[in-house]
Write a new protein. Structure first.
Length: 282
């Protein structure tokens, strides 16, 4: 009997806890949603407030941020647009520090725009990247030119030594004149070392260029898709430059892929791939 008296209150308490817990969880969800909506509305009001504030001299925001108590109705009398906006949104007077947070009293600008700052950072990074790419390309071209020039000098030296030894073998002018007038002699004397700019690529071998375009297209498209995914999961103020850059990369990748496909079709129609793709007889 005593045990049943102890168990009954415990059962009632457990049932009460189970019935209350869903209500508590629902209340928490509703409170969180209301808080998110209030924050979104406050951000919109702050953007509108900054647009109105930009219509007036920066001294207004400077004084307001330094000491909000100085900004009275009498002080705001020369700014009727601001007075009307404050009458519609009295919450600005209750928390002016938060609404004036984007204001910066510096040489970089009076109003801090996170989207503009993201664009400026992207342009700076793009400029540095282009500068580094130009420097690396120039250094690579200089190194390649130096290597080609050194190779050309060695071949020229070897050819000059061969000509000297060959001329030393002739005992008279008649033998030398006969050799020079022969086809083999003319070909040997007219031969020259390799040129510094290198030989041109053959037109009838476009397969390497097609594969190169396909590789570049796949890499650029993959990078663009990755940046597009990243832009959807970062701060919205920083997402616009990343999204724009991803669209540019995807467009370039599609362009390279389309170029490789058209090049393959044209080369196949013109018969330029016949020798490259011909089966090898075992």
């Amino acid at each position: 009997m005593k045990a049943s008296r102890l168990i009954l209150p415990l059962v009632l308490l457990a049932g009460l806890a189970v019935s209350v817990s869903p209500q508590v969880a629902t209340a928490q969800v509703v409170a969180a949603s209301r808080t998110a909506e209030d924050e979104a509305k406050a951000v919109v009001v702050r953007d509108q407030f900054l647009r109105v504030l930009r219509q007036y001299p920066p001294s207004l925001a400077t004084v307001w941020k330094a000491d909000p108590t100085l900004v009275t109705d009498q002080y705001l009398a020369p700014f009727p647009g601001m007075v009307a906006f404050l009458q519609q949104h009295p919450e600005i007077r209750r928390n002016p520090g938060w609404y004036l947070e984007p204001f910066r009293n510096s040489y970089d600008g009076y109003y801090y725009d996170p989207r503009q700052a993201s664009w400026n950072n992207l342009m700076e990074m793009a400029g540095v990247f282009v500068m580094m790419l130009t420097i690396v390309g120039a250094l690579g071209w200089l190194v390649r030119t130096a290597v080609d020039y050194r190779r050309w000098g060695r071949l020229a030296k070897v050819q000059a030594e061969a000509h000297t030894k060959l001329l030393d073998r002739f005992t008279g002018n008649e033998e030398l004149l006969a050799y020079v007038q022969s086809p083999a002699g003319r070909k040997f004397l007219q031969s020259s070392p390799i040129s510094l700019d290198g030989g041109s690529r053959p037109v009838n071998a476009p397969l390497s260029r097609i594969l190169w375009s396909m590789q570049i297209g796949v890499v650029l498209s993959s990078a663009g898709l990755g940046l597009n995914y990243v832009s959807r999961h970062i701060d919205p103020d920083k997402a616009d430059p990343v999204f724009t850059f991803s669209i540019i990369l995807i467009s370039l990748g599609i362009g390279f892929l389309a170029s490789s496909g058209l090049s393959y079709l044209m080369s196949r129609r013109l018969g330029l791939l016949a020798s490259t793709l011909a089966p090898v007889d075992e």
